[in-house]
Design a protein around this ligand. Structure first.
Ligand SMILES: NS(=O)(=O)c1c(F)c(F)c(S(=O)(=O)CCO)c(N[C@H]2CCCc3ccccc32)c1F
Ligand SMILES: [Zn+2]
Length: 263
């Protein structure tokens, strides 16, 4: 991927040197604290369409050096927002072996083991994610907090291929599966705020929806995610493990976090 990393000389403290928005306002992630929350009765349940993919629908599973990502067909979209937001990709952020604390969003200072993001772009207004990515109404990302607990059979649809994408730039085709099953049961309870990409270029272009309910993966599944991948390419003489790929908490500034539930 690009020349930025999460730690070291090109780590997140240096991102603003090449990506000015990373030092700007409306940055993500944030600690979603009770004092920032305000109940908003107009927040409707999230409705997703065509998330249940047939096995014949091939998806590209890849290691882009920053995360494990799955490309998504443009038939998948969110239908409950003011504009249609069409799916582009999903990816994850996680901790490391022995440190199940790698989510980006944090709720009342509680960090989860990992976090999944499903990236969508405003397809009413923009032809693709690349043109939408720097527009204030360009992106809508669904965030799912992940804890270590019960085994998650849906994760196996891509975790079983993880050893084929150990190095940056590697990708494999995998059969489609029910992406809805990666989301929590309740899509009516969530946190909503205006924020940014959590990676460079950190454009403040994301309408964030972080679900209240968490999903679980087993300890073994968490270890697979946290230990199987490298941020370096197969040829690199110094393999660089891909872990702790989460951005530090950003200032909420004067932002309010709207919540769709009362207590
Ligand atoms: N946390 S996050 O903010 O949701 C988030 C990531 F963390 C993340 F690593 C990625 S990346 O894998 O593309 C690595 C480089 O951006 C993205 N990509 C988005 C935004 C950038 C342009 C683009 C183009 C096509 C598809 C997706 C995307 C990202 F949005
Ligand atoms: Zn992300």
């Amino acid at each position: 991927g690009a020349m930025w990393t999460y730690s070291g000389p090109e780590g997140q403290d240096h991102w603003p040197e090449h990506y000015p928005y990373c030092g700007g306002t409306f940055q993500s992630p944030i600690d979603i604290k009770s004092e920032l929350m305000r109940f908003d009765p107009t927040l409707r349940p999230i409705q997703v369409q065509n998330y249940n993919l047939a096995p014949g629908e091939q998806l590209t599973l890849g290691n882009n050096g920053h995360s494990i990502q799955i490309s998504l067909p443009h038939t998948m979209h969110i239908s409950s927002l003011p504009h249609r937001y069409t799916a582009a990709q999903l990816h994850f952020h996680w901790g490391s072996r022995g440190r199940a604390a790698g989510s980006e969003h944090v709720v009342n200072s509680r960090q989860s083991a990992a976090e999944m993001h499903v990236v969508h772009f405003n397809s009413d207004r923009y032809p693709n994610v690349s043109t939408a990515v720097d527009k204030s109404d360009g992106l809508a990302v669904l965030g799912v907090l992940i804890e270590v607990g019960e085994f998650n059979p849906t994760f196996e649809h891509f975790l079983k291929f993880i050893n084929g994408i150990k190095y940056m730039g590697q990708r494999v085709q995998i059969p489609g599966f029910n992406v809805r099953a990666l989301l929590p049961a309740r899509l009516d309870e969530y946190y909503r705020y205006d924020g940014s990409l959590t990676t460079p270029p950190c454009y403040p272009s994301v309408l964030w929806t972080v679900f209240r309910d968490r999903v679980t993966v087993s300890h073994q599944q968490f270890l697979a995610l946290a230990t199987a991948l490298y941020a370096s390419s197969a040829q690199d003489s110094a393999p660089l493990p891909l872990n702790n790929n989460y951005r530090r908490l950003q200032l909420p500034d004067s932002r309010t976090v709207l919540v769709s539930f009362k207590e």
